[in-house]
Design a protein around this ligand. Structure first.
Ligand SMILES: Cc1ncc(COP(=O)(O)O)c(C=O)c1O
Length: 473
């Protein structure tokens, strides 16, 4: 950077605003200030710092919740100081968490008389880690009993290449081989024709996805369950093969929009399900959930006891202390919306996604990967040889369009599809509950304007860009 020494020093500090009694003096940004400052000044400086950040409501890249009701926000602010791990000091908060786990187990059709159990987490990543560890420990215990040489090879986990990065982390952190079933341009989900070719006696499980990060599609878990059932019947002397469902976005969406779809604990071999409460659970980040269909799928070694009302309570978590306010927010949503409310909200979001996708299709320039008729995700690529209506050639790419949309405040990521279809670049619009018809209309108007601006543009900047925008949520 071309800052002079004097300016460099200024840029490393913050100045107080006009009228403040410390006006003219500066405080450092990267060192602790010597003297304390008053709360209003501290707040103003931080508010100023955050001013030019994107508007979260216009962020079409994220699945994470960007709106909650005032009452929920107040309740969450009031409970920020409660520590979720301190079950003894906050037994009523622990009770709310317990209710949420039961609500989810019921929503996911856990067998009535099973010993299901679950926990809140910081998000799906932690929930996936816990589910993955449970699979690994259970596999090891069974493998040892069945005489599999566990030192000969690393255990492996199978999933499609459309996995979210948390699974790669899980495999690196816990020394597991991630066996990837590549997606193809025509099948962006777990390939049922080949998935079983990847299984062996070192497989800890198969992780299926309800709502992939890339296109929002669902793996065919009903078919997978049948294949896994057959495998277990024909391999009685090997560790039982199990399915974990990563329902980060679908887990709290599908039960309300497609209640008859078989993907959850109604399927015998689905042993655990995780989700992000902060996605279609409609709670601010970070809260996630994981539920096991029966205690036997969560080995004892992973359960720790914390004190609770003079007794003990089992917990499993990677973190220890964290605020309970998100759990309270999640329970507020369950209580406030109920089954009907969640259905209405999600069906409306789906309807808006469909309107946007139909509109995008009508431009004639794009080919849709997801029309938003299931998960409310609109995902598309540029049609090969697409032109404007008047025949003008399209010389821009989706990265240029993302940049243009950003000029209007909209964050709409473009990125390559995962291994197996990596040569295809797509763009994705994630619709959330706070995307009203009004806002959707504004989006389509701006989108149209961007298409027109690009038609006349002389300078395009992304001709060779292959980088990814923030699409991982
Ligand atoms: C399929 C899938 N799994 C896991 C995650 C991680 O979720 P979280 O951000 O709640 O940790 C995501 C996030 O987008 C996801 O889409």
């Amino acid at each position: 950077m071309l800052y002079g020494e004097k300016n460099k020093e200024k840029l490393r500090s913050m100045a107080f605003g006009y009228g403040n009694k410390k006006e003219g003096s500066v405080i450092p940004k990267y060192r602790l200030n010597e003297e304390s400052i008053d709360p209003e000044a501290a707040r103003a400086l931080i508010e100023n710092q955050l001013l030019d950040e994107g508007n979260s409501r216009l962020n079409m890249a994220t699945f994470c919740q960007t709106y909650m009701e005032k009452q929920a926000v107040e309740l969450m602010s009031e409970t920020l100081s409660k520590n979720a791990i301190d079950k003894s000091e906050y037994p009523q908060t622990a009770e709310l968490e317990n209710r949420c786990v039961n609500i989810l187990a019921n929503l996911w059709n856990a067998p009535r008389h099973s010993d299901y159990l679950g926990t809140s987490t910081v998000g799906s990543s932690e929930a996936c880690m816990l589910a993955g560890m449970a699979m690994k420990f259970r596999w090891r215990n069974q493998a040892l009993r069945m005489g599999v040489n566990i030192n000969k090879r690393k255990p492996n986990l199978i999933m499609s290449s459309a996995y979210q990065v948390c699974w790669e982390k899980f495999c690196v952190y816990w020394d597991i081989e991630l066996r990837i079933v590549p997606v193809t341009k025509n099948c962006m989900t777990l390939d049922m024709d080949t998935v079983m070719d990847y299984v062996d006696e070192y497989t800890i499980g198969i992780a299926a996805i309800m709502g992939t990060t890339y296109t929002g599609e669902y793996d065919d878990i009903e078919t997978l369950d049948r294949l896994v059932g057959e495998y277990n019947r024909t391999h009685p002397n090997l560790p039982e093969l199990v399915i974990h469902v990563d329902g980060a976005s679908g887990g709290m969406f599908v039960p309300f929009t497609e209640p008859d779809l078989l993907w959850d604990f109604r399927l015998e071999n689905v042993v655990s399900i995780s989700t992000s409460g902060h996605k279609y659970g409609l709670t601010y980040p970070g809260v996630g959930w994981v539920v096991w269909r029966d205690q036997k799928y969560l080995p004892e070694e992973l359960i720790f006891k914390v004190s609770y009302l003079g007794g003990e309570m089992p917990t499993m978590a990677i973190n220890f202390s964290r605020s309970a306010s998100q759990i309270v927010g999640q329970y507020y949503n369950f209580l406030r919306f109920g089954r009907q409310g969640y259905s209405q909200i999600h069906l409306k979001t789906q309807e808006i996604a469909t309107v946007i996708s139909e509109w995008i299709q009508k431009t004639g320039m794009f080919e849709l990967y997801n029309t938003g008729s299931r998960m409310p995700i609109v995902c598309y690529k540029l049609k090969e040889g697409a032109r404007y209506e008047d025949g003008t050639e399209i010389v821009w790419n989706l990265y240029d369009l993302s940049d243009r949309l950003r000029m209007h405040g909209w964050q709409v990521p473009s990125y390559p599809l995962p291994d197996g279809a990596g040569e295809v670049t797509v763009q994705r619009v994630v619709c959330r509950a706070d995307l009203t018809y009004n806002l959707a209309e504004a989006f389509m108007k701006d989108f149209w304007q961007c298409l027109m601006d690009l038609k006349d543009a002389h300078v395009l900047t992304n001709a060779s860009k292959t980088g990814k925008y923030g699409f991982t949520h």
